[in-house]
Structures are given as structure tokens and as C-alpha cells.
Design a protein around this ligand. Structure first.
Ligand code: GTP
Length: 371
């Protein structure tokens, strides 16, 4: 499952792991101080201070690695996993060292202390590291190795028994951790599929299936936003209503599929002739619209004429025969009148029908609306 869903899931696993451990920023330093103070019961003060000093540096290092990871672009999860494993491994090794080093054979209080540290290490590892299987394993290595320390020093049946129980405990925790890991991974994969589906649906809702252009719904949404912006900042906004001439005979003569090819070819010419921030849409049938922000009358008229000529030059060499479409274009401009989008579109449409009435394959500019 991990392989199939690739880099993005691995990155999310790492991200979850790091997010879980970022609480350490606030918890680990005071805990280090408390444990160093307790350590002085069994080891010289200088050694306890040295341990606390090194551990505080290690905490600073791994927290800074985590914070840099959170700002990094989502790539190269493998390299970051290695860095994170190293940084966090050092932290785990420091705490595991207590288990071996602070244990005084025969001293029940030190045994309880090291066991407490142990239980804390293992349970925190299982709870926090499960999003990432390899890091879960590497985090468990340090406490597992430390477990064999006390009985080596002591050798009593009691300590060996405790160690055996501890190892069993680690094995159970590992099983639980891997189970949690599997469900976390499944949730991540599902979330990723969900995100993909949602963005695909969002794309489909906004697109016209035949031409790939924006559809009417998306055009109206964008149009309302552009209109608000143009009105607020008193900037010009131009609208071109574009309709293919005599399109019905194309369908009737060559068939609907051939008509679709012509629609796609005209859409492609329109797409080539608009600027990046223009909004081009197929409103339906053989009608297109282009919204041009920051565009005045002269500029819009010139753009419409360029588009008309570009379509006129188009030669659709279809299987069924040659089609040379033309378009009629109506141009309407909004200038500080508080006009609505539907009114602007109506004026654009009227100008486009005027172009049809005047013989087609031409551009007509809508008269300005009185302020
Ligand atoms: N192939 C195809 N045809 C479509 C599609 N949508 C609408 N049409 C056809 O487009 C044609 C539009 O015809 P009319 O509205 O009469 O306009 P026209 O023939 O282009 O004539 P004028 O606009 O007056 O120049 C109709 O035959 C519709 O069936 C489509 O998605 N694919």
C-alpha cells in the first residue's frame, strides 16, 4: 500500500511523526531537569549535570531539524527520514543510557526509577512514532538495547525476570504500534484519494467537458468577482461574446461529431488569443465568452478583431470534409456605471446579434451605457 501511493503518503507520514514529536519542545527540557535532579540520588552531581547539558543540546538539535523539515518543500522524504531518525535516535539513546547507568544493583528505588524511565520511553514511542514504521522501529531500538543492561550488571533472577517481562512488553508494544501504524497509513491513503477526488470533481464542475474551457457556471463566478474588483478600483473590464456562424449546417452536413471537432478547434484558437488573466469560457452550444480585466474599449475591439481573423484563417480538415468556420463577436465594456454582469452580458449578446444581422464574421461594439 505504501509503495502504491508513493512519495506524498510517505511525506505525510513523516509530517505526522514530526507533528507528534513537536510537543517535545515544551515537555522535554523540564523533564530533563527533573530527571537530572533525581539522578543525583544515584550518580555524582557533575555526571547528572553533564547528562542534562548534553540532552538539552540534543533536544535543541532535533527540534531545529523538525522545524526545518516543516518549512521544507514536500520532496525527498527518505533523506529527511534519515536526518530525523538520527536526531531523534540521539535523544532516545540519551534516555536509554539512564537505564543502564543509573541502575544500582540491589537498590530497589533505582530499579523502580529506571523501569519508570523505560515504560515512559516505550509508551511514548508507540503513541507518537506510529505514523512512520521505520522511525517506530528505530525509536524502539534504544530502549530495547538498554533493557539488557541491568541484568548484565546484576545477574539476579529477579532482574533477569523483569528484563524478560520488559522484552515481552516491548514485543507487545511493537505489535500494537505496527497495528496503529497500519490504520494511520490507511487513513492517510484514504485522505489522499479523497483530496484527489475532490480536486478532480472541482475541476470537472468548472470545466466544459468537450473543449476543456471554463463552463458557464465558472464564468459567472469569475465574472462577478472581476466585476466587483473593476467597480471598486474603477478599472475598465471588457467582455467579448463570440458565436460561431452558421454552425447548424456544419452539424447537418457533416454530423454532430464533426461539429464537435469544429467547436474544439475554435475553442483552441480562442485559448491561444487570450491573455493569462482573461477568463475564456464556453457558455453553451457554439457560444463563447471572454472576460478581459483591465481592458478598455480600443484594446478590446482590437483583440476581438484579431480573434475574428484568427478563426477566419482556421481550416478544419475533418475526415468528413473541410470546414472553415467564422465567428461574430459582440464587445461590451463596463466603465464605472455599477452595471451588473447579466446586463453586461445582455449588451454583449445584442452586439453579437447585430454582427450576425450585419452579415456575420465581424465585430460589433456595444454602445456605451449611460452613467
Ligand atoms: N456538434 C455540436 N453541436 C452543438 C453543440 N451544442 C449545440 N450545437 C448545435 O449548434 C447549432 C447552433 O445552431 P443555431 O443556434 O441555429 O446557430 P447557427 O447555425 O450557428 O447560426 P447563426 O448563429 O445564426 O450563425 C445547433 O445545431 C446545435 O445543435 C455541441 O456540443 N456539439
Amino acid at each position: 500500500m505504501e509503495e502504491a501511493n508513493g512519495a506524498s503518503v510517505r511525506w505525510h507520514q513523516l509530517r505526522l511523526y514530526v507533528d507528534n514529536h513537536l510537543h517535545d519542545r515544551y515537555l522535554a527540557p523540564p523533564l530533563t531537569v527533573v530527571v537530572a535532579a533525581l539522578l543525583t540520588l544515584w550518580v555524582p552531581v557533575g555526571q547528572a549535570l553533564l547528562w542534562a547539558g548534553v540532552e538539552l543540546v540534543v533536544i535543541a538539535v532535533y527540534v531545529s531539524v523538525y522545524l526545518r523539515f516543516r518549512r521544507a518543500p514536500a520532496e525527498d522524504a527518505g533523506r529527511w527520514a534519515r536526518r530525523i531518525a538520527l536526531a531523534h535516535g540521539a535523544h532516545m539513546a540519551m534516555w536509554s543510557s539512564i537505564v543502564v547507568w543509573a541502575y544500582q544493583p540491589g537498590d530497589l528505588s533505582s530499579l523502580m526509577f529506571v523501569m519508570l524511565v523505560h515504560v515512559g520511553l516505550i509508551s511514548l514511542t508507540v503513541v507518537m512514532s506510529n505514523p512512520h514504521r521505520r522511525l517506530l522501529l528505530s525509536d524502539l531500538v534504544a530502549p530495547a538495547v538498554a533493557l539488557v543492561g541491568p541484568p548484565l550488571l546484576d545477574g539476579s533472577l529477579f532482574s533477569v525476570g523483569l528484563t524478560a517481562l520488559g522484552l515481552l512488553y516491548i514485543a507487545l508494544m511493537l505489535l500494537v504500534g505496527l497495528k496503529i501504524h497500519a490504520s494511520t497509513l490507511e487513513a492517510l491513503v484514504l485522505r489522499q484519494r479523497n483530496d484527489q477526488l475532490i480536486s478532480e470533481l472541482e475541476r470537472q464542475v468548472k470545466r466544459d467537458a468537450l473543449t476543456g474551457l471554463a463552463n458557464r457556471r465558472h464564468f459567472i463566478e469569475t465574472g462577478e468577482e472581476e466585476l466587483q474588483r473593476a467597480t471598486r478600483y474603477r478599472h475598465p473590464l471588457a467582455l467579448l461574446m463570440v458565436d460561431i456562424d452558421h454552425f447548424k449546417p456544419v452539424n447537418d452536413t457533416y454530423g454532430h461529431l464533426a461539429g464537435d471537432e469544429v467547436l474544439k478547434a475554435v475553442a483552441a484558437v480562442c485559448a491561444e488569443s487570450v491573455r493569462g488573466n482573461d477568463c475564456l469560457a464556453r457558455l453553451g452550444g457554439e457560444e463563447f465568452a471572454i472576460l478581459m480585466p483591465e481592458t478598455g474599449l480600443d484594446e478590446a475591439g482590437a483583440a476581438a478583431e484579431r480573434l475574428r481573423v484568427a478563426v477566419e484563417r482556421l481550416r478544419c480538415e475533418l475526415h468528413e470534409g473541410l470546414v472553415t468556420p467564422t465567428v461574430s463577436i459582440g464587445v461590451a465594456i463596463i466603465e464605472n456605471t455599477g452595471e451588473s454582469l447579466s446586463s453586461l452580458m445582455r449588451r454583449g449578446d445584442r452586439a453579437m446579434y447585430a454582427a450576425k444581422a450585419q452579415g456575420r464574421n465581424q465585430v460589433v461594439i456595444a454602445p456605451a451605457l449611460a452613467a
